[in-house]
Design a protein around this ligand. Structure first.
Ligand code: HEM
Ligand SMILES: Nc1nc2c(c(=O)[nH]1)N[C@H]1C(S)=C(S)[C@@H](COP(=O)(O)O)O[C@H]1N2
Ligand SMILES: [Mo]
Length: 354
């Protein structure tokens, strides 16, 4: 029988390689989603670092996986990897490439898909990969084996983890040494755009929402058994907060936001007091909405201004929510209605649907 495999490729590739790839994919996918849920730069730095290491760690397994793939290609046509397996490989490669491009804030020849666009491709390709991974792994299910906990496999797992961490550290090192824009990104992986200059800040919709054609003049508050219409002028109370708007699209901006604190506004409206454990629904004119815990109201601001100027329509005029420490998708723009409810804040889709 002819030897099709070049000798320099590892020969021990197989089940453990596949399990390694799968584990890294699951770890990368879950930390990626988790990173979108954490807005505070400190904790998210860890989540994002593990994410990067897991994603980059896949590259370490490429030589072994190559053997597995070559072996499968020598099977008779009927038993060969279907198109889905090939698409999966391509999508994972695209996910890793766009992840790195985003992290580097790549410019120049890459600018057509660099920066912000790269991250959208990244998440799209990752979601596509996740679906294909389930299909791919389902038909190849593995029972745990006693040797999975052997000294040898624990050492291999540890080696992979260490290698992934070193690769991530080396990537960070290169970004810093080359003075790449990636060196200055936030713990969440976002790049700075338009701090103290709201006009330079991107106008971003989550998914399918669109900027309304014109501004409105007020909003409705429902709290403590009362329903009150409030005009925009009444919201300009001079409460201020400096906070970072950090979009999951991969950019952030820090601004001085001004308006009225939500707890103050609600206290003025609610006659029968507010529920201890309630939530508050913040609803846009466009139907976009988020529900937040009422106990956070003291740190939330209804902003009519950024950097001293009235909000532009794109950035949520006449009034938007400012939610320090939360990712951008919580910062509801064009607020039309605020309602205190008994329901739990987590009783909603984790991400907006609009
Ligand atoms: C198959 C799943 C995934 C893989 C293999 C993967 C892989 C990667 C890689 C290799 C990087 C570059 C890390 C670096 O250079 O430091 C990265 C960055 C990133 N990924 Fe993923 N990813 C996956 C899924 C996701 C998902 C589902 C999300 C979000 C919903 C996500 C969000 C991000 C973000 C925000 C960054 C930038 C982090 C930074 O700048 O360090 N990823 N990813
Ligand atoms: N009504 C509404 N509010 C919204 C969104 C949206 O699509 N619709 N997008 C959110 C997202 S994802 C972000 S990052 C910020 C962006 O704010 P900006 O457009 O002022 O930069 O608004 C948030 N508020
Ligand atoms: Mo966003």
């Amino acid at each position: 029988m002819p030897r099709a495999l070049p000798l320099r490729l590892p020969r021990s590739a197989g089940r453990r390689t596949n399990l390694g790839v799968l584990s890294l994919l699951v770890l990368a996918g879950s930390t990626g989603l988790l990173a979108y849920g954490v807005g505070v730069a400190g904790p998210s730095r860890w989540v994002v670092a593990v994410h990067g290491a897991a994603g980059l760690g896949l590259l370490l397994l490429v030589p072994w996986k190559t053997v597995v793939v070559r072996r499968a290609r020598r099977l008779p046509p009927g038993r060969r990897a279907p198109t889905a397996a090939v698409s999966l490989g391509v999508l994972v490669a695209l996910t890793v490439l766009t992840g790195v491009l985003h992290a580097a804030g790549a410019a120049g020849p890459w600018s057509f898909l660099a920066g912000l666009g790269a991250l959208h491709v990244h998440v799209g390709a990752a979601v596509g990969s996740a679906l294909l991974v389930v299909a791919h792994a389902w038909g190849r299910r593995q029972r745990p084996r006693a040797t999975d906990l052997s000294r040898r496999s624990l050492l291999q797992t540890g080696g992979l983890g260490l290698g992934a961490a070193v690769l991530w550290g080396a990537t960070e090192g290169v970004l810093h040494l080359t003075g790449s824009p990636g060196a200055g990104r936030r713990g969440t992986g976002s790049h700075e755009r338009g701090t103290d200059d709201p006009t330079a800040m991107p106008v971003t919709q989550w998914f399918t929402d669109t900027v309304p054609d014109q501004s409105s003049d007020g909003l409705v508050i429902v709290a403590g058994g009362r329903r009150l219409r409030v005009s925009v002028a009444d919201l300009d109370r001079g409460d201020e907060v400096r906070a970072v708007l950090d979009c999951t699209g991969g950019w952030y901006a820090e601004q001085d936001w001004a308006g009225i604190r939500l707890d103050r506004l609600l206290a003025e409206v609610a006659r029968d007091g507010l529920p201890e454990d309630g939530s508050v629904d913040v609803v846009s004119r466009t139907g976009y909405r988020r529900r937040l815990p009422l106990r956070d109201a003291g740190s939330l601001l209804l902003a009519t201004r950024a950097a001293g100027e009235p909000l532009s329509l794109g950035h949520g005029a006449p009034v938007r929510l400012v939610a320090p420490g939360r990712r951008g998708f919580w910062w509801v723009k064009w607020v039309r209605r605020i309602e205190v409810v008994d329901a739990s804040w987590w009783a909603q889709p984790p991400f907006p649907l609009q």
